[in-house]
Design a protein around this ligand. Structure first.
Ligand SMILES: N[C@@H](CCC(=O)N[C@@H](CS)C(=O)NCC(=O)O)C(=O)O
Length: 469
């Protein structure tokens, strides 16, 4: 049976999937979706993917709307061995966390550039956006200093995601060979591979032309960035708390670095509770910059919480943590199914949380807590309302967000939705399914114990800061 891939070459997530189809020899029919012609907003497409994004993979009645979840699915279904996506739990976890790194850190930094130039018509790429890209290169350099590829010494599907984005980021900011030698070595090794030349390079070229033509429409050849003259046309190839001990009958205790304010932390704490994980909670006070100390950065260069430490395995993303906990400590597979199709449905909703829900909470809370904003911009409230709309559509099809059973995707989502609901109350008439799901999940013991207190603390801080002159 031939699978269908809805795609456009401009898109790095699409390119990652096309490379995987090539590598795994997937019998695929490619269907062009012209974003500039708004084909992704047509009702037939929205029916397949309410998020109106590309790529979408259709395999019989299974529709997957996230490139990372597609890569996992293709590797499990079509991979001839497990080298691209190891089956062994620890090795798989390392790949998962780098897929989430791409979804949460790399790709959004490219999107910001494309939006600013193509949608908002900015003549220059702002220094802030360039600094963000530079920081992303730095993260990559740190990873690649430890291992040959980003998730270990073997190439994996995480490299496919990352290369499609890094080659696109390099359009905006060439990679400095002196500062990032390992990154460049990794990149040069990959861009010479036939799958990259065939399925990544053409799209990078189209994206480069799109970005440049938008800058050129302002008759710009050079882009002045804080006194520097950066000739974008010249950019050719990509050189271009120590508090809780849950006693169980095992000697090894895991450590979870956490702060209750954080939705991803709360999701991980709920996972620990649901799976009875023997965990020591270690408090990381973000206000005191505990997450920026050298010891913490050594554990997690991304300086985020949560981090789960299990012996020598360190996991720096809540979604990858939930997957790991479910696989290792789940008594059955109900929270994270082993069936490949059901698993793909959960994976895509974990990425939905990583890419849509959490960023929309963070945009508001960071603006208030870190930047001292005194009101919430209407655009950010609209984004939250749109997220409610997506959830309503998902919950109109199934009782929980990834099917008829509660899964780890609901844990991720509930931590974010409860953090949004005090910023923009949910209109139960407009979003009845969402309201019913929220009410049910809020009453669960894991939610009462490990989500509610953090939501209340966050709400109190936000309200206090908004009310201060
Ligand atoms: N994708 C990550 C996001 C984690 C994240 O951004 N956590 C925030 C707190 S909500 C943080 O640690 N911010 C501090 C920083 O990044 O410096 C996950 O799901 O674990």
């Amino acid at each position: 049976m031939v699978v269908k891939l809805y795609k456009t070459d401009l898109s790095p997530p699409v390119r990652a999937v096309m490379m995987a189809c090539d590598i795994f020899k997937v019998p695929v029919e490619m269907i062009e979706v012209n974003l500039l012609e708004k084909e992704h907003l047509k009702p037939e497409y929205i029916k397949k993917n309410p998020l109106h994004s590309v790529p979408v993979l259709e395999d019989g009645d299974l529709i997957i709307h996230d490139s990372h979840a597609i890569l996992m699915y293709l590797a499990d279904t079509y991979g001839t061995d497990d080298s691209w996506y190891p089956k062994e739990t620890k090795a798989r976890t390392l790949v998962n966390q780098k897929l989430f790194f791409d979804a949460c850190t790399l790709f959004p930094r490219l999107l910001s550039v494309v939006f600013s130039v193509v949608k908002e018509g900015q003549k220059c790429i702002s220094q802030k956006l360039l600094d963000n890209i530079d920081e992303a290169y730095n993260f990559m350099e740190l990873f690649l200093t430890q291992t040959t590829y980003i998730a270990g010494d073997q190439i994996t599907i995480a490299d496919l995601s990352a290369i499609s984005v890094v080659t696109s980021l390099a359009i905006a900011l060439p990679i400095d060979a002196e500062k990032y030698p390992r990154l460049l070595e990794w990149l040069n090794g990959l861009v010479n591979q036939s799958y990259c030349q065939k399925f990544n390079e053409p799209g990078v070229k189209v994206l480069r032309e799109l970005i440049l033509s938008n800058l050129q429409s302002y008759d710009l050849v050079h882009c002045i960035i804080v006194g520097q003259c950066v000739c974008l046309r010249c950019v050719e190839t990509v050189v271009l708390c120590r508090s809780i001990f849950l006693f169980v009958n095992v000697t090894m205790v895991l450590k979870l670095y956490k702060t209750d304010l954080s939705p991803p932390v709360r999701a991980a704490m709920m996972g620990c509770d649901v799976f009875n994980v023997p965990v020591e909670m270690v408090e990381v006070n973000l206000m005191n910059q505990d997450h920026l100390t050298p010891e913490y950065l050594k554990k997690n260069p991304l300086h985020s919480v949560p981090v789960l430490e299990d012996g020598d395995l360190i996991i720096h993303d809540s979604h990858a943590i939930l997957i790991y906990l479910a696989d290792k400590y789940g008594k059955d597979d109900s929270w994270y199914p082993k069936d490949i199709n059901a698993r793909a449905a959960v994976n895509q909703k974990l990425f939905f949380d990583a890419c849509y829900l959490f960023p929309r909470v963070r945009n508001v809370t960071y603006a208030i807590i870190l930047e001292g904003q005194k009101t919430i911009a209407q655009k950010l409230l609209n984004d939250i309302d749109e997220a409610y709309g997506f959830l309503e559509q998902f919950l109109s099809k199934s009782k929980y967000i990834a099917g008829e059973q509660i899964t780890i995707a609901d844990l991720s989502a509930i931590s974010d939705v409860t953090s949004m609901a005090f910023l923009l109350p949910i209109d139960a008439k407009k979003y009845p399914k969402l309201q019913a799901w929220l009410t049910e999940l809020e009453q669960k013991p894991f939610s009462q114990k490990f989500n509610k207190p953090g939501v209340k603390a966050l709400e109190d801080i936000v309200n206090k800061l908004l009310s201060q002159p």
